[in-house]
Write a protein that binds this ligand. Structure first.
Ligand code: BG6
Length: 507
């Protein structure tokens, strides 16, 4: 299939990366900028100013990133995907990279930055400030940028701030951060990232639903029995113990990534594809997630923590033995919750969400389970117990959509077999290697906020998960599960209670 024509180049600007020496910048931002450079989507006047505490200069910054990019290309496991580096595209980008050693908590840093940007004004009056830093710096950096006058755009230019997750660690802290940055920036300048929204298959959910006539008539409580959203990972906590042990699986994945998937699946059709029309509908459905009472929250959730085990032939140490994790930790590395959406479309349709680390498969999918046929004509000839039809939106690692239904086996008598209609992205489209951050940077440069979270969206999400966090405080710890399994028994019991079971993980 032919490639689609390239989008226009993003306008010239300077991208100031706070935390330029960190893992995110190296692993995802710079590779994404390289991919944008290769695709010809960055203007000649584009440049990157890396800002961080660590020692270095322009030359060491460029060389370090170039070497790292080469190592990503050589590795089969990186998100980068490209097998080799195109020297022309890299040189183009490398010529535009510079580095400043600076203290984020010192006003002088921002004055110097202002002078540097002023000196370059002719070439790049617009600036994107990217906060690839620990969350404790978010509010402070924005305030200091504003104090130095850096958030005010000259006529015809823009000043935008892109903020990574986690955005708060509960409702109160998320609200406080929204208030704090809201005093310095207009909402139109704030780009809160959820990297799941950069994934092609996540963006395709809207197209599947609203670009086709076949699905939407069935997309409601009359025809849908339940929805399952799964994000299973094979990796353990690895070296992120210090952050993860305070966060846990729910905070790390649910109000952000899984709720964005839920919003894509459950939102009403927006009036248009305009950023605010889409964001308003997403916000509305997240707002409609029922706030559980403490008792319900306990009954409707299951937590697990992995013990030692083997995943894909690799030995994984127990979570409690991972670096920087409390040996008596009660932090969950797996969580499953049952949610209800209180609106007309979804009344009575349970949404089951689960996510966990060190599981037996890497599998992110959404399974829409349909109600059975109203009358079971073929009960006696079906192959095994009748399974409901489902539509599976496969997000990663294999990207596609599958519809599962019953068909007649060839032969003189009528016997049924389960079959699948499978659409696999890779069979239809040639896609360039991408990290997912290309879109999230490009959209910010062109001023499209569709894929970014609004202040209210973030707060609705935290409000919906707070009952779980509060209820767990007084409850027992998470149930143990072996690394390499499909999670704790309590998660199966959560669905069994409703006469349902999880869709098996796809290996
Ligand atoms: C991050 C979480 O936001 O998303 C990680 O902090 C998680 O714990 C990751 O592993 C999952 O993202 P992806 O793109 O690898 O599925």
């Amino acid at each position: 299939m032919a490639k689609s024509p390239p989008p226009p180049k993003a306008p010239a600007c300077a991208m100031v990366i706070f935390g330029a020496g960190g893992d995110l910048a190296k692993r995802l931002l710079v590779p994404a900028l390289y991919n944008l450079s290769r695709a010809g989507l960055l203007a000649d006047g584009f440049k990157v100013i890396g800002v961080d505490h660590g020692a270095g200069d322009d030359e060491s910054f460029r060389l370090g990133l170039g070497d790292f990019l080469e190592s990503l290309a050589a590795s089969k496991d990186s998100e980068f995907g490209a097998a080799r580096i195109d020297p022309k595209a890299w040189t183009w980008l490398a010529d535009r990279l510079s580095y400043r050693v600076a203290d984020f908590e010192d006003d002088a840093t921002y004055q110097r930055l202002a002078s540097a940007l002023e000196a370059a004004e002719g070439a790049a009056p617009s600036v994107l400030f990217y906060l690839a830093v620990a969350p404790r710096f978010f509010g402070d950096i924005v305030e200091r940028l504003a104090k130095a006058g850096l958030t005010r755009a000259p006529a015809g230019a823009f000043r935008r701030v892109e903020i990574e997750k986690p955005f708060g660690d509960d409702l109160a802290s998320a609200k406080a951060l929204n208030r704090r940055i809201g005093r310095c920036l207009d909402e139109s300048q704030i780009y809160r990232i959820d990297h799941f929204l950069g994934k092609e298959t996540v963006r395709n959910i809207m197209v599947t639903r609203f670009g086709n006539g076949v699905f939407e008539p069935l997309w409601n409580r009359m025809h849908i029995d339940s929805v399952q959203i799964t994000a299973a990972e094979t990796v353990g906590v690895e070296l992120r113990g210090a952050y993860y042990d305070r966060a846990g699986a729910l905070r790390d994945m649910v109000p952000n990534h899984l709720f964005q998937l839920l919003a894509m699946v459950a939102m009403e059709p927006p009036n248009s594809f305009a950023p605010d029309a889409v964001r308003a509908e997403k916000g509305r459905v997240i707002e409609a997630i029922r706030h559980q009472t403490p008792g319900q929250a306990l009954a409707d959730s299951a937590r697990g923590q992995y013990r030692a085990g083997t995943v894909d032939g690799r030995k994984i140490v127990a979570y409690r033995d991972a670096p920087n994790v409390d040996p008596a930790s009660r932090t969950e590395t797996f969580v499953a919750v049952k949610l209800s959406i209180d609106n007309w479309r979804w009344a009575g349709v349970p949404f089951y969400l689960r996510t966990g680390k060190a599981m037996n498969a890497h599998d992110t999918h959404i399974a829409i389970q349909f109600k059975p046929a109203p009358h079971t004509l073929f009960q006696d000839v079906a192959e095994g117990p009748s399974e409901p039809n489902d539509l599976v939106l496969q997000i990663q690692p294999r990207e596609g959509i599958g519809l599962h239904f019953e068909a007649k086996r060839p032969g003189p008598d009528v016997t049924l077999a389960k079959v699948a209609m499978d659409f696999c992205y890779a069979d239809y489209f040639q896609s360039e290697p991408a990290t997912g951050y290309e879109t999230l940077i490009y959209d910010c440069l062109i001023g499209d906020q569709t894929l970014f979270k609004r202040a209210d969206d973030i707060e609705f999400a935290w409000r919906a998960v707070m009952p779980f966090l509060d209820a767990w405080k007084g409850a027992g710890g998470p149930q143990a599960y072996a690394a390499g399994s499909d999670g704790p028994k309590a998660a199966d019991a959560l669905l069994a209670r409703d006469g349902r079971h999880w869709r098996p993980l796809c290996r």
